[in-house]
Design a protein around this ligand. Structure first.
Ligand SMILES: [Zn+2]
Length: 277
C-alpha cells in the first residue's frame, strides 16, 4: 500500500529519512530470537538487515504502522503478536518508533514484497555481528534492552483511597470504575518504553471483591489481606522471563515487600494522573 507519508524528508539533525510523518518498525521476538528483515537490492541499505517497517501515514499511530508494514512485507500473522511497548527516537521534527512485540511460538516467516530479500529469526546475541542497516545498528543496543514484558499490578484499595469519588459508599462500584478506566488506557510511560502496553492486574479485597475481569484487565480477589495477594502476584510474574513488574501503591510496608519480590513502585497519584489525561 502506498501511504501519504511515502517520501523523503530531512530531520532537524540534518539526516535524510524515509517517511514524511515519521516511520516505525516491528521488533518481534520470541524469547531470545529476533525477527530481522534483509533489505532488498532496491531499498536504502541494500542487502543489510533491519526491521520490517516503513513510513507512517498521516496521524497513524506507530503501532498501527509497524504491524501494517510487517503484514505487507512478510507472512507474519500480526493477530498473533502481543505489543509490549514503543521506543521513540526523536530527530527534531522527525521520529522513528520501534514497536516491541512478542509471539508465543516461533512461526516460519517469509518475505513477500519487493522491499525484502529475506526474513530470518536470529538469536539476539548474534544480531550485532550481522551486516545491519545503519539506523538499526544505531538503535539496537537500546532496543535489545527493551525486549521486556511490562506488568502493572494495582493495589486497588490504596488507589481508590487516593481519590475522593465516593468510593466509601460503594466499593464495588468504585473498583469497577477503576477497572474500566484501566481497560481504556492507551499506553503508559513505563520504563524502558516511551509508551508501554502492560498486562494489568488489579488486586481487590473485602467489599470490592467480585469485580470480574475485563478484556484487558485481570482482577484478582484477595481471600484475606490484599497485601499478601499483591506480593504473591508480584512473585508469580517476576519469576517469568522478560517480565518487568510495577506495583502501584503508597503503602510503605507493601512497597518494601513488593520491591523485595522484584517489582518497581509507582504511586497512586501517578496512576490517577495517567487516567485523567
Ligand atoms: Zn534524523
Amino acid at each position: 500500500m502506498n501511504v501519504d507519508g511515502d517520501q523523503f524528508v530531512e530531520c532537524g539533525l540534518g539526516h535524510r529519512h524515509w517517511g514524511k510523518y515519521g516511520a516505525a518498525g516491528l521488533l518481534l521476538h520470541h524469547g531470545d530470537m529476533v525477527l530481522l528483515q534483509q533489505r532488498s537490492a532496491l531499498s536504502m541499505g541494500p542487502g543489510t538487515w533491519g526491521l520490517f517497517g516503513g513510513a507512517c501515514a498521516r496521524d497513524e499511530p506507530p503501532v498501527v504502522t509497524a504491524l501494517r508494514e510487517a503484514a505487507e512485507e512478510s507472512t507474519v500473522d500480526v493477530r498473533t503478536v502481543r505489543v509490549r511497548g514503543v521506543l521513540r527516537e526523536d530527530h527534531k521534527g522527525w521520529h522513528y518508533d520501534t514497536v516491541v512485540a512478542d509471539v508465543e511460538s516461533l512461526p516460519e516467516v517469509l518475505p513477500v514484497s519487493w522491499e525484502s530479500m529475506d526474513a530470518r529469526w536470529v538469536p539476539s546475541g548474534q544480531v550485532a555481528d550481522m551486516d545491519l542497516f545503519d539506523p538499526f545498528a544505531h538503535s539496537w543496543p537500546k532496543v535489545r534492552d527493551a525486549m521486556r514484558r511490562p506488568v502493572l499490578i494495582v493495589d486497588t484499595a490504596n488507589v481508590m483511597g487516593s481519590r475522593a469519588d465516593g468510593w466509601w459508599r460503594d466499593r464495588h462500584g468504585a473498583a469497577t470504575r477503576l477497572r474500566d478506566q484501566l481497560d481504556a488506557l492507551d499506553g503508559l510511560p513505563l520504563p524502558p518504553f516511551d509508551v508501554a502496553y502492560p498486562e494489568i492486574v488489579m488486586i481487590v479485597e473485602g467489599k470490592a471483591g467480585g469485580v470480574g475481569d475485563s478484556e484487558r484487565v485481570r482482577v484478582v480477589s484477595a481471600p484475606g489481606e490484599g497485601d499478601d495477594t499483591i506480593v504473591d502476584t508480584v512473585r508469580e510474574y517476576a519469576g517469568e522471563p522478560e517480565a518487568e513488574v510495577f506495583v502501584v501503591t503508597a503503602d510503605r510496608e507493601l512497597k518494601r515487600r513488593s520491591q523485595e519480590a522484584g517489582a518497581s513502585i509507582l504511586g497512586p497519584r501517578w496512576l490517577l494522573d495517567q487516567l485523567s489525561r
